[in-house]
Design a protein around this ligand. Structure first.
Ligand code: CP
Length: 312
């Protein structure tokens, strides 16, 4: 595997999930694999889980880790070809990616959507710029349109807690005061399309995700009907895709409650705003899998890095 940019870069999701669950029993089993190898983590945006779990995964594999908060500490990069760089940008992605590649064996990037210009966000200039010009493998730690390390962790969590051949899994939109990107929801949908499950997406009208991604999925605008007999409920806010980046409504009736959840397991990628996205009773109850999901971020990163190291 050259890069891990999308959940679709996984050649067999069931096999990777099984291998990640095995790794979890003995996280240091491949500790010699990364000896003498370095990963560079570049953050253009904030993080808690991604930063620490990816470092932990790399350390479990015996790698050295370098972390840079590029968004606040790096030079402002230029991504366009042929630009006369007499304005705000100081360094071109062509040099930056090649230079970083000399310091490490793998580079991982976090660069969120700015939610101002759909075409620009969908071009994924930071991630694809590094993938194009770096001479080492690139890992996506959440880009404008995808969060495949989270989706892989979610697949591991589903496998660990599922007891059915065909579970009902619901992705439900929830309110949020800020405009949030579509990356987590997109990758969760892409991952669910690789699963045996009765998968339903529910959101208010106007919050349709990219139809190229949700093609073939069941979409139900009535949240109550969508949640009937659910085994897993994955809650996430995202801003409008059609009215790109806009918050169309903050309807608190879409907040997840214990009464709505019924007997289902609750999932969320975190961070989560209590009593806005989901009520305390859900997060404090034993149906919540959010801390398990966060733990599985280490093993999703570790299986990805293991596959990359094996291919070097
Ligand atoms: N879920 C997730 O990616 O968390 P962070 O933004 O804290 O890394």
């Amino acid at each position: 595997m050259k890069h891990y940019l999308s959940i679709n870069d996984v050649d067999s999701l069931p096999a990777w999930v099984e291998e990640a669950i095995t790794l979890k029993q003995n996280p240091l089993q491949d500790n010699a694999l990364g000896k003498g190898k370095t990963i560079c983590l570049l953050f253009f945006n904030n993080s808690l889980r991604t930063r620490l779990s990816t470092q932990k995964a790399a350390m479990n594999l015996g790698m050295e880790v370098m972390v840079m908060n590029f968004g606040s500490e790096g030079w402002i990069l230029e991504y366009e070809d042929g630009t006369i760089m007499d304005q705000g940008t100081s360094e071109h992605i062509k040099e930056a990616a090649r230079v970083v590649s000399q310091y490490c064996n793998v580079v991982a990037i976090r660069a969120f959507a700015k939610l101002k210009d759909k075409a620009k966000d969908e071009a994924e200039e930071v991630l694809t710029g590094f993938a194009k010009y770096a001479s080492v493998p690139v890992v996506n730690m959440e880009s404008s349109t995808a969060h495949p390390l989270q989706a892989l962790a979610d697949a591991i969590t589903l496998k660990e807690f599922n007891t059915k051949i065909n579970p009902k899994v619901v992705l439900s939109w929830a309110p949020h005061p800020k405009a949030l990107p579509h990356a987590v929801a997109n990758s969760f949908v892409e991952m669910m399309k690789l699963q045996n499950a009765n998968f339903v997406i529910t959101h208010p009208e106007g919050y349709e995700l990219n139809s190229e991604i949700t093609k073939g999925c069941t979409i139900e605008h009535d949240q109550k009907r969508a949640l009937e007999n659910a085994d897993f409920v994955y809650v996430k806010n995202w801003s409008s895709y059609s009215e790109y980046g806009k918050v169309l409504k903050q309807d608190s009736s879409w907040m997840m409650t214990q009464a709505k959840l019924g007997g289902a397991k609750f999932m969320h990628c975190l961070p989560v705003r209590r009593n806005v996205v989901v009520e305390d009773a859900v997060l404090d109850g034993d149906q919540s899998l959010v801390v398990h999901q966060a733990n599985n971020r280490t093993f999703s990163a570790q299986i990805v890095l293991k596959k990359i190291l094996e291919s070097l």
